[in-house]
Design a protein around this ligand. Structure first.
Ligand code: AHR
Length: 512
C-alpha cells in the first residue's frame, strides 16, 4: 500500500513538473503594444533594395509600378508593416541624399563601400522610397547621415521631405522633382551605430554631436512633430544609454536605439540551414538575451526618465549566420528556418511584454538580407517562416497588452538551460484576446495550462507554425513547405485553457 502511495505521489509530481503554467491577468492591461514594434529595416545592401524592392523602371519581366515589385507590395501589405527604416545601417552614414533625387540620368554613381564596393547608381532615392512607403501604408523612418554628413545636409532633408511647398528652396526642389506636397515623415534617426561604422564616437562626443544636429531639424508645425531617435547602444553597452539620457536635454530626444543580433560567434557564425542542436541552442540563448537587454537598458532609462517619455527603439535585431554558399559574402543573403521563427516569436513576445518602453523595433532586414521576411530570385518570391510569425503576431498591433506570468519547464543543453515556453497576450479594439506562445524546446512538446483572471471567454481558436525539422525552410522550389495552419489543440474550460505545443513551434490563440 505504501509503495502504491509513493508511486502515485511520484507520478503526480512528474505530471506537475511536466506542466507549464501561465497566469493571464486579463483585467490588468494598461499599456498599448505600439504597432511599430512590428517594424522593418531596408538598407542599400546586397539585394534588399535592388532586386528586392526595386527592379528598375523599365523592367518588363517582373510586374512593378515605377520599378517597385508588386508581389512584394502585396505580401508586405498582408503583413501590415507599420514602419520601414531606410537607407541604413552603416550605408546611411555614407549616403548623401541629394545624390538620389532629380532626373535619374543625372544622378551620380558611388561605391557602396560598406557592402561589397558595388556600384550604387542612386536610381532608388528619397522620392522612390517615400512613394513606396505610401504604396505599403507604412510610415517611413529616415536614418540621417551624421558620420560623414553635416547638420545642413540633414536639415535640408527634413525640409525637402516635410516642409510645405513654397516655403524654402528645398520644397521648391521637391516640387521640381515631381512631388509638390510633402510626404509624412515622422521618424528620424540621428546617425546609425555612432560607436562604430557611424563615426567611431564616444558616447559623450556623440551626445554633443546629436544636440547640434537636432537643433537644425525643424518641425514644420507642432502637429507634425518630428520624432528624433538617437543612435543607440550595441547589445549590453548600458553606459552608452546612460550618457545619452544624462547629456541630451529631454526636450531634444524622443527615443534611443538599441541593436542586438543573435549570432553564435562573430568569427564563426555557422550555416543558416545546416546547423546542430548545440548551434540552435546557442542562437536561442543569444536571442533570449533580448529580455535582459531590454530590462537593463530600460532600468537605466527609468533612472533619468521615470515617466517613460523617451522610447526605446530596437532598430536592428534578428539572426545572423554565414551567407548562403555561392553568394557574395558582403550581401548577407541567408536562408530562414524554423530556428528563425523561434527567434522572431520569442523576441516579439519580449517586445510586447515591455511595450511600456519599447515602442518601435525594426527586424534586420526585410528582403534578401539577414533574417528576412521575403526572399527573391528574379521573378520568384518566397515568404519565410519569419514572415509567417510576423503575420500571425500582427493581431497584437496597437492592442492593449495583457500582463501574464509564465512558469516554464527548462529546455536543457549540458549544464545550460533556457525557458521552453515564452508568451505574450493582448486585447484588440474589437474585444478579441490573443495569446502568442512559443515552445523553443527542440525535442519535447510542452503541455501548457493557462489560468485566466478577470475575463471570461466563450470560444477559442488558434493557428500554428510548425514543421518536422527545425532546419526546414521555404525554398524557391518549395515555397509553401512551412506555413501557418489552423490549430484546434487548445481546450477552454471555464477560466482554464490547456494546450500542447509541439517542439520548436509557434501558436497564436484567439479568444472571444
Ligand atoms: O544590418 C547590417 C548591419 O548591421 C547594419 O548596416 C549595421 O547598422 C549593423 O552593424
Amino acid at each position: 500500500m505504501r509503495k502504491l502511495l509513493l508511486l502515485i505521489t511520484i507520478f503526480y509530481c512528474m505530471k506537475i513538473n511536466a506542466q507549464n503554467q501561465i497566469v493571464l491577468n486579463a483585467d490588468k492591461g494598461k499599456d498599448t503594444i505600439n504597432k511599430n514594434i512590428y517594424g522593418h529595416f531596408a538598407e542599400h545592401l546586397g539585394h534588399c533594395i535592388y532586386g528586392g524592392f526595386y527592379v528598375g523602371d523599365d523592367n518588363k519581366k517582373i510586374p512593378n509600378k515605377n520599378g517597385i515589385r508588386l508581389d512584394v507590395v502585396e505580401a508586405l501589405k498582408k503583413l501590415k508593416i507599420p514602419v520601414l527604416r531606410w537607407p541604413g545601417g552603416c550605408f546611411a552614414d555614407t549616403y548623401h541624399w541629394k545624390d538620389g533625387v532629380g532626373p535619374k540620368d543625372k544622378r551620380p554613381s558611388m561605391l557602396n563601400v560598406w557592402w561589397g564596393n558595388v556600384k550604387e547608381d542612386n536610381s532608388f532615392g528619397t522620392n522612390e522610397f517615400l512613394n513606396m512607403c505610401e504604396m505599403l501604408n507604412a510610415e517611413p523612418y529616415l536614418s540621417g547621415n551624421v558620420g560623414s554628413g553635416s547638420p545642413q545636409e540633414l536639415s535640408d532633408w527634413v525640409k525637402y521631405t516635410t516642409h510645405p511647398n513654397g516655403s524654402s528652396p528645398m520644397p521648391d526642389m521637391r516640387e521640381k522633382n515631381g512631388r509638390p506636397n510633402p510626404w509624412h515623415v515622422k521618424y528620424w534617426g540621428i546617425g546609425n551605430e555612432a560607436w562604430g561604422c557611424g563615426g567611431n564616437m564616444k558616447p559623450e562626443y556623440y551626445a554633443n554631436v546629436y544636440r547640434q544636429y537636432v537643433t537644425y531639424m525643424t518641425n514644420w508645425s507642432n502637429s507634425d512633430h518630428i520624432f528624433r531617435i538617437a543612435s543607440g547602444a550595441s547589445d549590453d553597452d548600458y553606459n552608452w544609454t546612460e550618457v545619452l539620457l544624462r547629456d541630451i536635454p529631454h526636450n531634444m530626444i524622443d527615443a534611443v536605439g538599441v541593436h542586438h543580433y543573435s549570432v553564435i560567434d562573430w568569427n564563426k557564425k555557422g550555416s543558416a540551414t545546416n546547423f546542430s542542436e548545440e548551434e540552435y541552442f546557442t542562437t536561442m540563448q543569444k536571442a533570449m538575451l533580448m529580455e535582459e537587454l531590454v530590462k537593463r537598458h530600460a532600468a537605466v532609462m527609468d533612472k533619468y526618465d521615470p515617466q517613460k517619455k523617451i522610447a526605446m527603439v530596437v532598430d536592428e535585431w534578428g539572426g545572423w549566420y554565414d551567407v548562403e554558399p555561392g553568394t557574395n559574402g558582403a550581401f548577407l543573403f541567408q536562408q530562414n528556418t524554423m530556428r528563425d521563427a523561434m527567434i522572431a516569436g520569442t523576441t516579439l513576445n519580449t517586445f510586447n511584454n515591455h511595450c511600456d518602453r519599447v515602442r518601435m523595433a525594426n527586424l534586420a532586414q526585410i528582403i534578401n538580407v539577414l533574417q528576412s521576411v521575403i526572399l527573391t530570385n528574379e521573378e520568384k518570391l518566397v515568404l519565410t517562416p519569419t514572415y509567417h510569425v510576423m503575420e500571425m503576431y500582427n493581431v497584437h498591433q496597437d492592442a492593449l497588452m495583457l500582463p501574464l506570468t509564465v512558469t516554464s519547464n527548462d529546455y536543457k543543453m549540458g549544464k545550460e538551460k533556457l525557458k521552453a515556453i515564452s508568451a505574450s497576450a493582448s486585447r484588440d479594439k474589437n474585444n478579441v484576446t490573443h495569446i502568442s506562445l512559443v515552445n523553443v524546446d527542440a525535442n519535447n512538446a510542452q503541455d501548457v495550462s493557462i489560468d485566466v483572471n478577470g475575463a471570461s471567454f466563450k470560444t477559442i481558436t488558434g493557428r500554428i507554425l510548425t514543421s518536422d525539422k527545425m532546419q526546414n525552410y521555404n525554398s524557391f522550389e518549395n515555397p509553401d513547405k512551412i506555413k501557418p495552419a489552423a490549430y484546434a489543440g487548445a481546450k477552454l474550460s471555464g477560466s482554464s485553457i490547456t494546450l500542447k505545443i509541439p517542439a520548436f513551434s509557434v501558436v497564436v490563440l484567439e479568444l472571444k
